[in-house]
Design a protein around this ligand. Sequence first.
Ligand code: DGL
Length: 274
Amino acid sequence: MFDKTAPIGVFDSGIGGLTVFEEIKKILPHENLIYFADSIHLPYGDRAIDEIYQFTESITTFLKEYGCKIIVIACNTASAAALYKLRKLHPTFNFIGMEPAVKPAVEKTNTGKIGVIATAATFQGELFKSVVERYAQQVEVISQPCPGLVQQIELGELETYKTEEMLKKWILPMIDAGIDRLVLGCTHYPFVIKTINKITQNKVEVIDPAPSVARHLKSVVEKNHWLNNQSSIGNKTYITTGNTNEFVFVTSKLNLSLSNVQQAKWDKLNIKIS
Ligand code: DGL
């Protein structure tokens, strides 16, 4: 018998996937949710694709053993490195992955030029190539990696001078080149949307895919009749492979107050709650 009360697992390299997790909480309030942050290996975006894949395979095993009914890879980098492979390896299990929201940007652009900011690894993966091939044949896509930005966000430096200067260096040339839509291709980046809007002076529409990923998850859960029918609000559990105090501290800077934060440790390629 399928257990509808089983949790939905959501993972990322760090706090970025919380942008997706927050949207899931809003539209699936009765679901039990687990958020897994592989903080010790952050940033994924500077790592080799194969290494990222190894991490995601172990996290998948961990979340399946935890009893998750579905897994959301709330990380563009991990999706780029692993989504196709994980689906092959676990053919009867459901994964929701992320791809940069090029499609809605292409549908809305008036200038025929869109910008995408993401990690270097996301741009290297097959997934990004396939998204551009599928949706962006008729427009110009300017791809801009943002090395170091994830680390700034993990420090809670959302509006500091350094973060703003980094963003200016990447975004202003794209505006000069004529983009009118900017896709946030990393789940960390919505945390700096205020700073991005300050730089673009709202001349560019910034596209955050988190709400549509949450809606997609909801439709998959509904279609499969997996909705948790309990009337109470679902439990939320947060697990980090990094330091729990640091995790709680930085999320409080993002105005998120988390309870039930646990630590997991890597033991070679296995993950154990400590
Ligand atoms: N949040 C991740 C993403 O969506 C990347 C963070 C990292 O580089 O670890 O791509």
